[in-house]
Design a protein around this ligand. Structure first.
Ligand code: ATP
Ligand code: MG
Length: 656
């Protein structure tokens, strides 16, 4: 614990000090990744408390995740400041709601709804609609979107028209389901996750006595990651602050990655307009990453377009030189995962603590192959922001269904007509509402779909490795894999999605699966959505302190057609790639590691590799083809023939 309040300011640069000393009035810190925004606000609170200027109980610090809140509390304790509330918007609101509910409404706060999709199904049924599982999930996410953007059912159709959203249903019909769902919740006396913020806002708006009470308690507000605040969170913040102005916000428009939940950097970018007297501080010194990592981050930003990009800040690294980022192209995903695991093992052997290493990917379903590879390599790991693959509810549920079907075997009419193992798996999963078509949009619904898609792929790979394998064999394989991954871990390597890596940092970061379709993700269609994907990669790159690895594989499974291309976002940035759209790295391109050298390849991968190809896959999307015409083309009918033929030919040569 620093001995004096002034000692709390040690270790801050002049601009960060300015932030820490601006204890009154509106303050806005605009700064890039790793420039010490979080550190500046943490020290600011600690300094204010230690100097006796701020009362700890009157401070509310809002962070983006519960983990970030915990870290801030821990850091404050180390700096000698205790008793400060550091919470997410959601947890702060829930606490207030529990406290004020009896007075504002009477009785206890209704319980939180657990099975939202089921209630949406009921609402749809009351509107004489029978929706399948996927439709229900799409409709559910759409209702969530409407709620976080504070769109009431009656206004929903107009909101769709205005934002040009791809609504999963006729907006008038969806509006009706939405309104019925709200009614059902009231009838059953339950509230959903989104209601927590909505109700808190509603109560603070209507009940001046309660709002005054809250404002009496909290007099200083600090908000981290302000670029990703939603309109509803902003409304809540306005109600908390009232007509006072002791508000300090920090953010980086280039790290806006939650627009799909209605978040917008506008609040950050327009802060000075709303608060004309605000102290605005910019930080540009990057304390986190080496000049090599910072150079790539700046390069990514220089290609960014749009509103957020107009406010980008060039970062200047304060660290000594480090290793160059490593770019690696692999023939297939198991190779990529296995080699990543091997490099991680080498880093650990060289003294990098496992807890200082992270593997980051675009969607949670990508974790499976890395979990397996790390388990094979004997490296402990933990998942962030998602449960371990085999512990995910949908995967467990699917496992139960597959086990059931394996027991019923061929007598099960469900499996009639399903020839190979993967189609049997698809048939079983379809009883759980899974279809080959991914749900619209992103978020949790999409993640669940991806998990099950990963199970189908696992079945495909398993069959390719063991032709003639039965459902029973597959279930046994799943159990073995699950058991291997159940090993208790201490502080291991972190596996996380890029979204959940926000605000964090590691000595070594492996950004994996950087192919078109994953980065940007296939469902990013508009320019704005593609820009958000680019920012997501920027967030990923800037998590690394020292070692940064970027990799991709040309096909999904061993022996598959090399139909994938590295992400366009690295064009002109990775060695051997020409700017925008040109082909990269021909003939041993400078600096790109081909990643084909196998040393300690696992038995599993080696076995899979030696097998001749059993199936013909679409060379664009990788799906197994059954139609003769498609097989001749080696492409699904619906897939565009967007493969660069020259590149394709070259890859075939290289593979031979
Ligand atoms: P992000 O945008 O990713 O959230 P940030 O701007 O919040 O990043 P911090 O996490 O606060 O950045 O700081 C990044 C790293 O740099 C941390 O390890 C922090 O301890 C270190 N750091 C920040 N400021 C300084 C400083 N003045 N001197 C030394 N180290 C610093
Ligand atoms: Mg931060």
């Amino acid at each position: 614990v620093p001995e004096t309040p002034d000692a709390v300011l040690d270790g801050l640069d002049p601009e960060q000090r300015e932030v820490a000393l601006a204890l009154h009035g509106p303050v806005c810190v605009l700064a890039g990744a790793g420039t010490g925004k979080t550190r500046a606000i943490t020290h600011r609170i600690a300094y204010g408390v230690r100097a006796g200027i701020l009362q700890p109980a009157t401070i509310l610090a809002v962070t983006f995740t519960n983990r970030a809140a915990g870290e801030m509390r821990g850091r404050l304790r180390q700096l000698g400041a205790t008793g400060v509330q550091a919470r997410t918007f959601h947890s702060a609101a829930l606490r207030q709601l529990q406290y004020f509910w009896p007075k504002a409404v009477g009785g206890e706060l209704p319980r939180l709804l657990e099975r939202k999709v089921q209630l949406v199904a009921e609402a749809a049924a009351r509107c004489d609609l029978r929706l399948d599982r996927n439709e229900l999930r799409d409709v559910t996410s759409e209702i969530e979107w409407a709620k976080v953007t504070q769109t009431v059912p009656a206004d929903y159709p107009a909101a769709v028209a205005k934002t040009q959203r791809d609504a999963p249903r006729d907006p008038a019909v969806l509006s009706q389901i939405y309104s019925t769902y709200e009614q059902l919740k009231r009838d059953r006396s339950v509230i959903d996750f989104e209601d927590v913020l909505l109700l808190t806002v509603g109560i603070l708006q209507d009940r001046h006595d309660i709002a005054d009470h809250v404002r009496g308690q909290y007099q200083h507000f600090v908000v981290d990651e302000y670029q990703d605040v939603s309109p509803l969170q902003q409304r809540l913040l306005d109600l908390w602050v009232g007509d006072r102005d002791n508000l300090c916000v920090v953010g980086d428009a280039s790290q806006t990655i939650y627009s799909f939940t209605g978040a917008t950097p506008d609040h950050l970018l327009n802060f000075r307009t709303r608060h004309p007297g605000a102290t605005v501080v910019k930080l540009v010194r990057d304390y986190r990453s080496t000049p090599q990592v910072v150079h790539l981050a700046n390069g990514l930003l220089s290609q960014a377009r749009g509103k957020a990009a107009d406010h980008r800040l060039e970062l200047v690294s304060q660290r000594d030189k480090g290793p160059e980022p490593v770019y690696t192209e692999y023939p297939d995903e198991p190779h990529e995962a296995e080699s990543t695991a091997r490099r991680i093992r080498d880093l650990i052997a060289a003294g990098v603590p496992a807890g200082e290493i992270a593997v980051l990917y675009r969607v949670n379903s990508q974790s499976e192959v890395y979990e397996q590879a790390l388990a094979d390599a004997g490296v402990a790991y933990q998942l962030r922001g998602a449960e371990r693959f085999f512990e995910r509810a949908e995967v467990r549920e699917a496992g139960t269904a597959l086990r059931g079907a394996a027991r019923a075997g061929r007598n099960d009419s469900l499996l009639d007509g399903a020839e190979g193992l993967p189609s049997q798996v698809r048939a079983v999963l379809s009883t759980k509402g899974w279809t080959t078509r991914p749900p619209a949009g992103s978020g949790a619904v999409r993640d669940r779909w991806e998990s099950l898609a990963a199970l189908v792929r696992l079945a495909e790979d398993f069959e390719a490795a063991k032709p003639g394998a039965t459902l029973t064999d597959l279930v046994r394989e799943l159990d073995e894999r699950a058991a291997a991954q159940h090993a208790p871990t201490v502080q291991g390597v972190t596996l996380a999605s890029l979204h959940s890596a926000k605000g964090l940092e590691w000595d070594a970061v492996f950004l994996v699966g950087l192919t078109e379709g994953m980065m940007p993700i296939a469902y990013a269609k508009t320019d704005e959505q593609v820009e958000e994907e680019r920012r997501l990669l920027y967030v990923g790159v800037t998590r690394a302190r020292l070692h940064l690895s970027l990799s991709w594989s040309l096909s999904r499974s061993p022996g598959g057609r090399a139909s994938r291309r590295p992400t366009r976002f690295l064009n002109g940035l990775r060695p051997g790639s020409a700017a925008l759209g040109a082909r990269g790295g021909a003939g041993g391109g400078g600096g790109i590691d081909r990643g084909s050298g196998r040393s300690a390849a696992t038995e599993r991968t080696a076995a899979v590799e030696r097998k001749p190809r059993q199936t013909v896959r679409c060379r664009v999307c990788g799906r197994t083809l059954t139609d003769a015409g498609e097989m001749k083309l080696m492409r699904c009918e619906e897939c565009p023939s967007d493969m660069d033929e020259a590149l394709y030919g070259r890859l075939l040569d290289w593979r031979a």
